[in-house]
Design a protein around this ligand. Structure first.
Ligand SMILES: Nc1ncnc2c1ncn2[C@@H]1O[C@H](COP(=O)(O)OP(=O)(O)O)[C@@H](O)[C@H]1O
Ligand SMILES: [Mg+2]
Length: 451
């Protein structure tokens, strides 16, 4: 009898504890909901106040605009890093240079593309609350922003309030033709704050003109240079480039989709080699015209569907392009090239001779062969060959030519790549440009893989 009482008391105690824990959890959850609601209310209030403020002050003083600009730039490094996990090249508009640390974090393709997506992926309640808040904030923000219309020579477009992509030197907006909103473009908005920036941006336009009409090089639909609307300064210029819109995004976007989805890897050998060959054709044309791209990477190759619905690769982002052959006469010339590459070319895809150019040597189109090799590797395995998932970009591995392939040829998603495929990549990633395979041979080799 006493035994039974004891048992009963014990189970009651356990039940009591359970109920207490349950109540505690419930209270914590309600508090979180309240906090979220209050934060949302606060944010809404702030935006409403801002909107009111804007309404009552139709013209903004230049110092206020500058302040906003500064605030935006302060906010940007974190955002840029996020974007750069998609973009890979990581620069700032303000200093106009690609930073190696940022770049290494960026191109770790397995990292998430946005904080909201990473938090929702984590599945934690905090993640969900955070992403809910961010969504609410972005909806409110977009209603406050005004619509921007831009008149080019041949058409007028209206821009989405928020950019859909950010590069090292630009923000990219979806633009719609005002007369036909079905016609959509990507508008690359760059701000030249000094003469040297403007010279670089004008060079990009000039390169487009020289390479116009090739099926595997991005064509420019229109462009406009005007006093800047984003920066209040007498010399700042907006340089606006209008392109056909790629709905498939870049090869890097494709890799990201592959990394984050459980479905089949998007670039089995045949697909990877076909797209790679198309990019090679674009690069070969550039070389024929006396130019080297110098920043080939998955982020700078866009996918476009052709009339048969097959995705085709186009080489884009021609801002880093330079002369095909450069003879480095002395130390000074070598340093200048190094500086230029530090500011324009993404380190994990950059050929060793551009990392450490030696006086007296000749730089040629094999810089692009190296970058194409690293790109093909990333298409197969989902990451750059010189980037450790945790440690990021490893410059020494790149300079020493340490490239590892999975022994069984399979990537971590189960997709198998042939020995011939691996040999082709290894030949493209040789450290010494004299021993590196030439582009014409690469194209032959890739065609042979397709059979
Ligand atoms: N025509 C386009 N269609 C779709 N996305 C584009 C287009 N042009 C650029 N983008 C997106 O914008 C990003 C930045 O553009 P990019 O020209 O590479 O600028 P940056 O020189 O700053 O790297 C690209 O990586 C891509 O994601
Ligand atoms: Mg780019």
């Amino acid at each position: 009898m006493e035994e039974r009482h004891k048992e009963q008391a014990k189970s009651e105690k356990v039940e009591h504890k359970k109920r207490k824990a349950e109540r505690r959890r419930h209270r914590a959850e309600s508090k979180q909901h309240e906090a979220t609601f209050a934060a949302e209310q606060e944010q809404r209030k702030q935006y409403e106040e801002a909107e009111e403020d804007v309404r009552h002050r139709p013209t903004q003083s230049s110092s206020q605009q500058q302040h906003q600009q500064q605030q935006q730039q302060q906010r940007r490094p974190e955002e840029r890093q996020r974007q750069d996990s998609r973009e890979g090249g990581n620069n700032s508009n303000s200093n106009h240079s690609r930073n190696e640390n940022e770049s290494s974090s960026s191109s770790s393709s397995s990292s998430s593309s946005s904080s909201s997506s990473s938090s929702s992926r984590s599945g934690s309640i905090f993640g969900m609350l955070k992403s809910g808040l961010q969504n609410a904030a972005s909806v409110i923000r977009s209603t406050v922003r005004r619509e921007v219309t831009i008149e080019f020579d041949t058409r007028t477009v209206v821009l989405d309030a928020e950019p859909f992509a950010e590069g090292g030197f630009c923000t990219v907006y979806l633009a719609r033709d005002v007369n036909n909103c079905e016609e959509q473009y990507a508008l690359k908005w760059m701000v030249a704050q000094e003469k040297s920036h403007l010279k670089d941006f004008m060079w990009e336009i000039d390169v487009h003109r020289r390479l116009a009409g090739h099926p595997h090089i991005m064509g420019l639909c229109d462009h406009l240079v005007r006093p800047s609307e984003k920066i209040d300064s007498r010399i700042a210029k907006d340089v606006l480039l209008l392109y056909p819109l790629s709905r498939g995004g870049s090869l890097f976007d494709g890799i990201e989709r592959g990394v984050t989805r459980s479905s089949r890897w998007p670039f089995p050998e045949e697909v990877a080699v076909r797209l790679f060959l198309e990019a090679c054709e674009g690069v070969r044309y550039m070389h024929k015209k006396g130019l080297a791209h110098r920043d080939i990477k998955p982020h700078n190759i866009l996918l476009f569907k052709d009339v048969d619905g097959i995705e085709r690769a186009l080489v884009m982002d021609l801002g880093s392009t330079g002369a095909l052959k450069v003879e480095l006469k002395d130390r000074r010339a070598a340093m200048e090239l190094q500086d230029e590459c530090n500011s324009k070319c993404s380190p994990p895809y950059r050929a060793p001779e551009l990392h450490d150019p030696n006086p007296g040597c000749l730089i040629d189109g094999r810089v692009d062969v190296f970058s194409l090799g690293a790109t093909l590797y990333a298409l197969a395995y989902g990451y750059n060959p010189f980037e450790h998932p945790k440690r990021g970009f490893e410059k020494l591995a790149l300079l020493n030519g340490n490239v590892e392939f999975p022994e069984d040829g399979r990537n971590q998603y189960g997709e198998k790549y042939s020995k011939g495929f691996q040999h082709l990549i290894a030949a493209m990633l040789r450290t010494d440009p004299a021993k590196r395979v030439k582009l014409s041979k690469v194209i032959k080799g890739a065609k042979a893989l397709l059979g």
